[in-house]
Design a protein. Structure first.
Length: 336
């Protein structure tokens, strides 16, 4: 059918976008590269001062492709086939390019809070199962340490047992050992490449064994992050109880089959991690609806930036050139 063909084409397109994002971003020491892709080209192989290939432009294209993939995944009319493919692509991107792990986890949170309404009961179960599997695969990565609270809470909501989560925790000892081996190999390579003739300049070169670590750049808060921070202290037992009582009026007479099939009891209710997770779920839904402090703050920042651009850009100034009186007089004499 036409629908199946279009879904198949979109599935191929999603995998193609995945390869673009991975190619147009640099590998790092903690990148988990599959063996069949070890010799693939990536942005770290291109010098930043290349005369023809613009490193920054390619990196921006990769980031733009990721943003488009994230927007496509939260589209309300996405099919279950495309959604499953997108979940796998994002997990692959997070493992191979850990610098994008924050965006991937936020996308998983948003999907968990707002599943597409067009999915059937069996499709919802399939998507939740795939989401659980991909979250476990991301959790195994060493760079998931700072996101463990978010991932663990999501997995518990999806019905994952604590023992299964514990089995998939990253092995940091093995990762640190591999990092040390990579650094040692890099230092040996530098020592081998240094010339044998010793003079003052060569001694200076030998002392520089490895570049100093770059200072961590503070991450920019998203609209969801701002709204979640605003909501978290407000989710007291009294406020939550009032929200539940108010929402009881809007409940249907019969329990929806999809809810009954996917509902899992909250094991860690009332804990700090669960409150934080609840605030992020609410913030995700509020941001999708275009409300909340995060949306308002982003609008204000954009308006201020537009005002600054208008002030910085000077209006076109008409420069009048004054001619000497001798030239003017000569012109008059010729006319006469």
């Amino acid at each position: 059918t036409t629908l199946f063909r279009s879904s198949g084409i979109r599935t191929i397109a999603i995998k193609f976008v995945e390869s673009i994002i991975i190619t147009l971003s640099p590998r790092t020491l903690d990148s988990d590269i599959p063996k069949r892709q070890e010799n693939d080209i990536s942005l770290d192989r291109i010098p930043k001062d290349h005369p023809y290939i613009k490193y920054d432009s390619l990196r921006d294209e990769g980031k733009s492709a990721l943003e488009k993939l994230l927007k496509f995944m939260v589209h309300p009319a996405i099919s279950s086939i495309n959604l499953t493919t997108a979940l796998g692509s994002l997990a692959s991107i997070a493992r191979q390019r850990p610098m994008f792990m924050s965006e991937v986890i936020q996308a998983y949170e948003a999907l968990h809070a707002n599943l597409p309404p067009t999915l059937a009961k069996s499709q919802v179960s399939s998507v939740r199962k795939n989401l659980k599997l991909h979250l476990l695969s991301v959790l195994k990565h060493p760079s998931s340490v700072e996101f463990q609270a978010q991932i663990t809470t999501l997995l518990l909501d999806l019905g994952t047992q604590q023992t299964e989560i514990a089995r998939n925790m990253p092995n940091l000892k093995e990762f640190r050992k591999r990092q040390r081996e990579d650094n040692e190999q890099g230092q040996k390579k530098i020592k081998i490449e240094t010339p044998l003739v010793e003079d003052d300049e060569d001694k200076d070169i030998e002392t520089i064994t490895a570049p100093a670590p770059k200072p961590s750049v503070p991450t920019v808060q998203t609209e969801t992050d701002i709204t979640a921070e605003f909501l978290q202290p407000l989710l007291t037992p009294e406020n939550v109880a009032n929200l539940v009582l108010i929402s009881m009026v809007y409940l249907p007479d019969a329990m929806p089959a999809s809810f009954q099939a996917t509902y899992t009891p909250v094991e860690s209710a009332g804990t700090e991690a669960q409150i934080k997770h609840l605030s992020r779920l609410m913030a995700t839904q509020m941001t999708a609806a275009g409300i909340g402090p995060g949306v308002e703050q982003t609008k204000q920042v954009k308006e201020e930036e537009q005002k600054e651009e208008k002030v910085v850009k000077p209006e076109a100034v008409l420069i009048k050139r004054r001619l000497p009186s001798i030239v003017i007089q000569e012109g008059r004499d010729r006319k006469s």
